[in-house]
Design a protein around this ligand. Structure first.
Ligand code: FAD
Length: 293
């Protein structure tokens, strides 16, 4: 694994940005400010997450449909298996296709709040691999799936988890997007293991710029992303100092992506949390520039 190269203008990598659907008018305005700010960077696609339950799902659909209608961006709609029959999930997928959406991020989803064990719906797609196969039967969607450099928290083992990723690719997915991680070596080792397992589709690192360290640490404990001690030390004492925290966050994320880029990674997926500034700055450091119109 090579070290950090000198700061210089590297060839621009392919980018994608993830948004979540807004719950209120104020959050809707924030999302659209974010989309408009990042749009000139001409990402390969932008994805919109999908929550459990009806209203959240309607908001995902509305957001994706508006992206199709009002922007030059290519949307990818997230879709999950949890809590729905195959028929219901298929209807949502058909509605996406009819709205002009050609790319789906196919996921299992997490158990609803309050239940700690995942139970497949009796008439549903049990796992993401089943959903990928179902989607491919409905229409020729481009399908991306999730991957876990630090292993999915409930996987039986790292090998089982890699076999599962392979099943998702064999079912028709053409890209994996990873859970966020902070230790670049972990990701690069995962790439090697995936390649040895015969996975040859792009595995795109999911990058989470950390604007709120305390919150991120709580969330990481749930989703199985390791938070290195050096990060805790870097953010120590900055709980009430938003400005310094943001500058530190920019340095951490910039170093992470530059190290990955120096090791041959040329595609990045950013978890924007609907906030554009840090992501814009890091994409700029990576070499991304607004497309000329
Ligand atoms: P799967 O690939 O189905 O795997 C889930 C677990 O089951 C793994 O431990 C796997 O090893 C195991 N497994 C798979 N098949 C079998 C089998 N046949 N028998 C036994 N075990 C099996 N969640 C949302 O609700 N909405 C979103 O929009 C969303 N977007 C995400 C985007 C990305 C990039 C990532 C990384 C995650 C996202 N998530 C989202 C979270 C995701 O839903 C959870 O991580 C979920 O717990 C697993 O989803 P999966 O698609 O990876 O599941």
């Amino acid at each position: 694994i090579g070290g950090l190269p000198p700061l210089a203008c590297a060839p621009a990598p392919a980018l994608s940005f993830e948004f979540f659907p807004p719950k209120t008018d104020a959050l809707d305005a924030q999302l659209w400010t974010c989309i408009r700010r990042l749009e000139p960077l001409a990402p390969r696609f932008v994805s919109v997450t999908y929550g459990a339950g009806g209203t959240t799902q309607a908001r995902t659909h509305a957001t994706v449909a508006r992206i199709v209608k009002e922007t030059a961006l290519t949307p990818a709609a997230h879709l999950t298996c949890v809590g729905a029959s195959k028929g219901e999930v298929d209807d949502v997928a058909r509605a996406y296709w009819d709205a002009g959406v050609r790319h789906v991020v196919a996921l299992r989803g997490d158990p609803p709040a309050g239940s700690d064990r995942y139970e497949p719906h009796p008439e549903g797609y049990a796992y993401a691999a089943d959903l990928v196969a179902g989607l491919r039967r409905i229409a020729p969607f481009e399908v991306s799936v999730a991957a876990y450099p630090e292993v999915h928290p409930t996987a039986l083992s790292a090998d089982h988890d890699l076999d599962n990723l392979k099943r998702k690719i064999d079912a028709g997915a053409t890209r994996a997007i990873t859970q966020y991680f902070f230790d670049s070596d972990t990701f690069l080792r995962f790439l090697d293991r995936a390649l040895s397992a015969g996975i040859t589709v792009p595995i795109v690192p999911g990058i989470m710029p950390v604007s709120n360290f305390t919150q991120m640490r709580k969330f990481s404990a749930m989703c199985g992303a390791g938070v290195p001690d050096w990060m805790a030390a870097l953010f120590e004492g900055l709980e009430d100092d938003v400005e310094t925290r943001r500058m530190v966050a920019a340095v951490v994320a910039a170093e992470q992506v530059r190290l990955l880029q120096a090791n041959g990674v040329d595609e990045f997926h950013f978890y924007t949390l609907n906030r554009p500034d840090l992501v814009y700055a890091i994409a700029h450091i990576l070499g991304a520039r607004p497309a000329r119109t």
